[in-house]
Ligand binder design. Structure first.
Ligand code: LLP
Length: 432
């Protein structure tokens, strides 16, 4: 009913997260507030790991894509659960290292890594650097040689499979800023180049076909296209590339009626596709890696807001304004993303109207949703937006110099601060 397992309703009819009363959390820590359920995050990590254990007999690893939600606490949770970590910038890498994440399990991404980024990654001795283009291949080889190190790399491939929520398309995949195209022959050339570089060790091939993907078909298609490339490399160079990294993209439920495939079934479907394809191609199966982001943290989070003015424009619409908006959740403004919302103190009250939920930025597009079915809200009530654990805090901004909200974690029946709320002083801190 409430899109995530960690949500419920208590005897007072209030929304709960991790068993704790959302209204009490909002009052105690103030709104706007991100609340994340640590147990749900851990359960999601374990679902992927279980899939790898059962369907790959352990020949697989799960890397949490930290771009979905990055802070030290989250890096520590991923480390404790035995995950690898995908970082896509120097800042994410720095956060991971500060959190004590084992560097050998870090995968460093980015389509335009600077020499400084690559140097940081080499110094930290990250487990894998995913090379995006030929320029970077040469630069990394040069930097690694100068540092007297060998960089373990994966090559980012455009497999020509692109997935959007419900379906996937075979595009040929040339027009993307990420990676080497398979179709143009660029991918094979990159493999040969990488194999010839002394300071690079080609560990794997990587692809990422999209985000918020519901079925398993697109993943199966990507797995089979990629294993064909593994076979071709074996045939033409004699080298058996050890790892296949299929990226992230596993869909989550934002709306009650949505039905994403379970994480374990995704791993099962991918494993089957790899096994079938490798058998047909007569090659041994590579070690499998996946990089889920949204699916680990998305369902675990909610955002709590306090409702301000409710503005009825007769014959047009009714605006419900909250004390946050596009600065803490830009996803509606960017993608028209839909969310399930409810009044935290009356979680089961039937809707009586449709509301356009607006934030407090000086921008007409500052909306969190339109035609949201809700009971008539009172000023001062709390609005809960569900499944906001991914790409909300991580994409938040200080537009209009709004301080970013705190992130509170709940778990084991208690709550604690994972990221403290910014103050006005924080917002002006870097001004010279
Ligand atoms: N690996 C790579 C190389 C990626 O580029 C991404 C996401 C992931 C893994 C994790 O994908 P996930 O499992 O979270 O779908 N800001 C957008 C999502 C952008 C995803 C970018 N790459 C949003 O808010 O929907």
């Amino acid at each position: 009913m409430f899109v995530s397992d960690c949500l419920g309703v208590n005897g007072a009819g209030r929304l709960t997260i991790g068993g704790l009363d959302a209204v009490e959390l909002g009052s105690r820590y103030a709104t706007p507030l991100y609340v994340m359920d640590e147990d749900e995050i851990r359960a999601n990590c374990r679902a992927f790991l279980r899939g790898m254990k059962i369907h790959r007999e352990g020949r697989g690893a799960v890397a949490y894509a930290s771009k979905a939600f990055c802070c030290k606490r989250m890096c520590r949770i991923a480390a404790e659960e035995g995950l690898w970590l995908d970082v896509a910038s120097g800042g994410e890498l720095h956060t991971a290292l500060e959190a004590g994440f084992p560097s050998g399990r870090i995968i460093f991404h980015g389509n335009n890594k600077t020499a400084a980024d690559l140097t940081l990654a080499l110094e930290a001795e990250v487990g894998r650097i995913v090379v995006d283009n030929i320029f970077e291949l040469g630069l990394l080889d040069h930097l690694a040689k100068a540092a007297g190190k060998t960089a373990c790399i994966q090559l980012r491939i455009k497999p020509g499979v692109e997935a959007h929520t419900h379906e996937y398309i075979r595009t040929g995949g040339v027009d993307s800023k990420f990676g080497f195209s398979l179709e143009s022959g660029e991918a094979m050339k990159a493999v040969v180049k990488a194999l010839g570089r002394q300071s690079l060790c080609l560990k794997g091939l990587h692809c990422h076909i999209g985000s918020q993907i519901f079925g398993t078909e697109a993943f199966r298609a990507a797995a089979s296209v990629m294993t064909e490339l593994f076979a071709r490399v074996k045939r033409e160079t004699g080298y058996a590339i050890p790892e296949l990294n299929l990226g992230g993209g596993f869909g989550i439920r934002y709306l009650p009626e949505q039905e994403p495939a379970g994480y374990e079934s995704c791993i099962e479907a991918i494993s089957r596709a790899i096994a079938e394809s490798c058998r047909a191609l007569n090659i041994s199966e590579p070690f499998l890696m996946v990089e889920p982001g949204r699916s680990i943290v998305g369902p675990a989070g909610i955002t709590l807001y306090t409702i301000g003015a409710v503005k009825e424009i007769p014959g047009v619409r009714t605006y419900l304004t909250v004390d946050g908006g596009m600065a803490d959740n830009p996803r509606y403004a960017l993608y028209k993303s839909e969310y399930h919302m409810l009044l935290a103190a009356r979680a089961l009250a039937p809707p009586t109207g449709a509301y356009t939920v607006a934030g407090r930025c000086c921008e007409s597009g500052d909306l969190l949703g339109v035609n949201i079915a809700l009971p008539r809200p009172a000023v001062g009530e709390m609005l809960a937006v569900l499944a906001t654990g991914a790409y909300n805090y991580s994409m938040a901004s200080n537009y209009n110099r709004l301080p970013r909200p705190a992130v509170v974690m709940v778990g084991g029946g208690g709550s604690y601060l994972a990221v403290r709320r910014e103050s006005f002083e924080d917002v002006a801190r870097f001004d010279v």
